[in-house]
Design a binder for this molecule. Structure first.
Ligand SMILES: Cc1cc2nc3c(=O)[nH]c(=O)nc-3n(C[C@H](O)[C@H](O)[C@H](O)COP(=O)(O)OP(=O)(O)OC[C@H]3O[C@@H](n4cnc5c(N)ncnc54)[C@H](O)[C@@H]3O)c2cc1C
Length: 473
């Protein structure tokens, strides 16, 4: 039965998430009004007026079986994702990765969307949302226009004040005095896999022995520090575009920027050794890098205060100079970039609906995921949930063991105090009931479990059945 109260479904943003969401709605017989502000107004990163433009790399990450990015893509393929289908058609040789010809990819997505009779496209910037009448999917991405950002702040019942220099210049004044629920920058420290840390070179300690010794400390001699410092200053940064010329928030300066302020500044900042006596020598090292446990399973650790703007290859090279990290495997590299996203654990349900406003859904990077594939996946989920809502049914959230379910579980259950967008990694998947030590076997078992539960969910919810029916029609 259709929900006759709903005036229309509006999807704002025809990027990766919005395009997929629109297609999923249309395939289920739901009429969509899709709003895209380009080319009337562009973002600092987009170059074209096409939908689903890939703004940077052309890679949709690994397509090797039993990797986490593969699992997410595989679930999307099994659920009938339009963008995954087009990605396959536009694939270019890229080893184990799925990379696409970006022009062909965006062109075909644009064509498929514009010729869909159920989707009407409006090339205009949306600045207001009627949460009382419409069903709306907000999929405006990390570079959401400032006017809509203010509107999102209103919807999320803005309250506290972000640090003044965290606010990009073009964000309108009213927002500058609001919102603990919205973020404008990502400042991400690198994360390494625990079993790649050489524990013989590090020690556990809490500063001044306050609390339990939960931190892994990587000690440096003066000579090691000196070599590390020189390498850090010489390392290549990611190219800064004008729009990214950040007025960095002092509390999260990139390490290379701190280093540029003087040879010893790091030793008074993130590499401060005071209160961290090495129990093996009884002495305080010259400098220390601290690693903090990232999850309950303790299988990954982040480098505290090591957000940076270096190229990923350079990070790997320089950070492996830290004692104990010589063979570190990086789950995530450090980054700092403009990124508008909501505090999803506070604001969203697992159906990607805004708590308190059932008609408002969020999808893509703005809902707290990171990456092209993750954005498409949440767009797909939002589209499925919207279609179910319009049809007067409810779609169960995707199973926890699946990559879909793990992503939505993360964005809705992470600690809201330190919420940061995440890529899909095995870290987000639930641990197996019977632990498996061997990494490859463990990942294979996690993928098998995920796909098994996902298949049951698809069957039970009729997701694939419905998309196939529409395709036949
Ligand atoms: C500079 C940059 C580089 C990135 N590089 C990568 C990368 O290499 N690999 C990766 O996996 N991820 C990358 N990301 C992260 C992320 O995966 C991409 O931003 C991705 O495109 C997000 O998808 P989305 O659908 O959420 O947003 P987008 O794809 O950005 O789509 C949002 C759409 O909404 C439109 N819009 C915004 N405001 C309004 C409005 N008020 N009214 C109407 N339309 C509006 C925009 O024009 C845009 O078309 C990058 C992000 C940035 C900012």
């Amino acid at each position: 039965m259709r929900n006759s109260q709903v005036a229309k479904v509006k999807i704002i943003g025809a990027g990766l998430a919005g395009s997929e969401a629109a297609c999923q709605c249309a395939r289920r017989g739901v009429d969509v009004e899709l709003f895209e502000m380009r080319p009337v107004r562009s973002t600092p990163a987009h170059q074209t007026a096409d939908f689903a433009e890939l703004v940077c790399s052309n890679s949709l990450k690994s397509d090797s079986e039993n990797t986490a990015p593969w699992l997410l893509k595989e679930e999307m393929r099994r659920a009938g994702s339009l963008l995954m289908e087009i990605a396959r058609e536009c694939a270019v040789p890229a080893g184990h990765a799925l990379a696409v010809d970006r022009v062909a990819f965006a062109g075909r997505v644009t064509e498929a969307i514009t010729r869909d009779p159920r989707i009407s496209v409006h090339r205009e910037e949306v600045t207001a949302i009627d949460e009382t009448r419409d069903i709306t999917v907000i999929a405006t991405g990390p570079l959401t226009s400032p006017a809509l950002t203010s509107e999102i702040a209103r919807l999320s019942q803005a309250g506290a004040v972000p640090a003044p220099n965290q606010i990009p210049k073009e964000i309108p004044k009213p927002l500058q005095a609001q919102d603990p629920h919205l973020y404008f920058y990502d400042s991400i420290s690198p994360i390494v896999e625990a079993d790649s840390i050489d524990m013989s070179r590090v020690y556990l300690a809490a500063r001044y022995d306050k609390g339990s010794a939960d931190y892994i400390n990587c000690p440096m001699t003066e000579e090691e520090y000196s070599r590390f410092y020189d390498a850090l200053l010489a390392a290549q940064s990611v190219e800064e575009r004008d729009w990214e010329m950040l007025n960095y928030f002092e509390g999260c300066l990139p390490i290379e920027e701190i280093a540029r302020r003087g040879r010893d500044t790091l030793r008074f900042g993130p590499m401060k050794p005071v209160g961290l006596k090495d129990p093996r020598t009884g002495k305080m090292p010259f400098a220390v890098v601290q690693l903090r446990q990232e999850n309950l399973r303790a299988d990954s650790y982040n480098l505290v205060g090591f957000q940076n703007h270096l190229k990923f290859g350079e990070q790997a090279r320089v950070l492996r100079m830290i004692p104990g990290l010589e063979n570190a495997r990086f789950l995530r590299y450090g980054q700092i970039h403009r990124n508008t996203y909501i505090n999803a654990p506070r604001l969203l349900r697992e159906t990607l609906q805004l708590k308190g406003h059932d008609g408002v859904f969020f999808a893509g990077q703005i809902c707290g995921v990171e990456g092209y594939v993750e954005s498409i996946a949440t767009g797909m989920l939002a589209g499925l949930h919207v279609a179910a809502t319009v049809c007067g049914t409810a779609l169960e959230p995707a199973p926890r063991a699946s990559a879909f379910g793990s992503l939505t579980h993360y964005v809705t259950h992470a600690d809201p105090k330190n919420f940061q967008p995440a890529n899909i990694t095995f870290d987000l998947l639930p641990p197996l009931e019977k632990p498996i030590r061997d990494r490859a076997l463990r990942h294979r078992a996690q993928c098998a479990l995920a796909l098994g539960q996902f298949a049951q969910w698809l069957e039970k919810s009729g997701v694939t059945q419905r998309s196939l029916e529409v395709r036949r029609a």
